[in-house]
Ligand binder design. Sequence first.
Ligand code: UT7
Length: 330
Amino acid sequence: MRGSRIVGMGHCVPDRVVTNDDLAEFIETSNEWIVQRTGIEERRWVEGNVGAADLAFDATKDALAEAGMKASDLDMIIFATLSPDVTFPGSSCILQKMLGVPGIATLDIRNQCTGFVYGLSIADQFIKTGMMNNVLVVGGEVHSSGLDMSTRGRDVTVLFGDGAGVAIVSATDGENRIIDSKLHADGTHYDVLMVEAPASRLNPRLTPEMLEEGRHYPKMDGRQVFRNAVTAMPAVVHEVLEPHGFTVEDISMLIPHQANLRINQMVQRSLGLSDDQVFNNIMKYGNTTAASIPIALHEAIQAGKVHEGDVVVLTAFGAGLTWGANLIRW
Ligand code: UT7
C-alpha cells in the first residue's frame, strides 16, 4: 500500500548565540533561573532583517542535497510557522519563490508548536491519496523580532529561539514509512498562549496604545500550558502506538517538542523511557516552536541516534491548544 517516508532533512539556525547572561543584561533574570526552570542555556537569534523563509531556504538546500533531489522535484510546500515573514501571503509562497518553483502547491499552517506534527500528517495524507509524490514540510520561526525585550515579557522572552527545520516526504511502497499520526486541539484555551494584536477583530488592528501596552507581544499562562503539556504528550504517544501493537518499549527514539527540559523529563518519566530513547537539544536553541521537532530530529540523525527500521515517535504540545504525535518506521 502506498505511503510516505522522510527522504531528506535539513536545519538552519542563525549564527548569533544569545546566552542567558546576555539576556540578563537587559531583562531582570538570571542564568540560574532560566536553567533551573527550563534547561535552556542559550538560543540563536537572527541579526537584521531575516524571516522564517530565509532560514527555511538554507535548510531546504541541505534537505534536497541529502535526498538527491532538485527543487523542481517537489509537488508541494507545507510551511508551519507562527511567525510568518509577512502577515500575508504565507511563508510557503515566499519560500517557493526563493526555490524558483512557481506553480507547485503551497500551504501555510497555523498550529504553533504542533505545526510540524500536523504538517507531516498532512503531507502523508496527500501522498497516500496519490495526489502528491514529494512534499516539503517546513517548521520555521523568527521569534526574536517579536519579543518583549523588557522585564515585563521575561517569562516568554527567555524561552524563544529562531530556527528552521525541514523534511522532504516522498511516496513509498516499503515498510519504512510514516505509520500513523494523531492530531488534537482544544480551542477552549486558545488565550492561554497568544499574540493578541494586530488582529482583524480589533478595529483598528493596532494603535499606539496597544503598542505601549505590549499587546503585540506573546503572553502566556505558563503554568497552565505546562500542566496540560505533561499529560497530553504521554497520552497521545500511547494513542499513536497502541493501534499498531507497539508499546513504549518499542520506541527507539522519541523526539518531543522542545519547550522546556522539565516538561520533557516529566514526559520521559511518565512514559517510562530511558535516556537513550529521548533526544533533547533545548539547551542550545530554546523553544523554536514549529521548528523544534525537525531541528531535533535532524540533529539526532546526524548524531547517529536514528537507524533504518527504528520506531521513531514525534510529539508536540503548544498554543491553540494543540497537540499530536507521528509514529514512523524509519
Ligand atoms: O512551546 C509552547 C508551549 N510552552 C510551554 O510549554 C511553556 C510551559 N511553561 C513553562 O515552561 C513554565 O511555566 C515557565 C518556564 C514559562 C515558567 O516557569 P514557572 O516555574 O511556571 O514559573 P512562574 O511563571 O510560576 O513564575 C515564578 C516566578 C514569578 O515570580 P513570583 O511571582 O513568584 O515572584 C515570575 O515573575 O518567576 C518569575 N519569573 C522570572 N524570574 C526570572 C518569570 N520569568 C522569569 C525570568 N527570570 N525569565
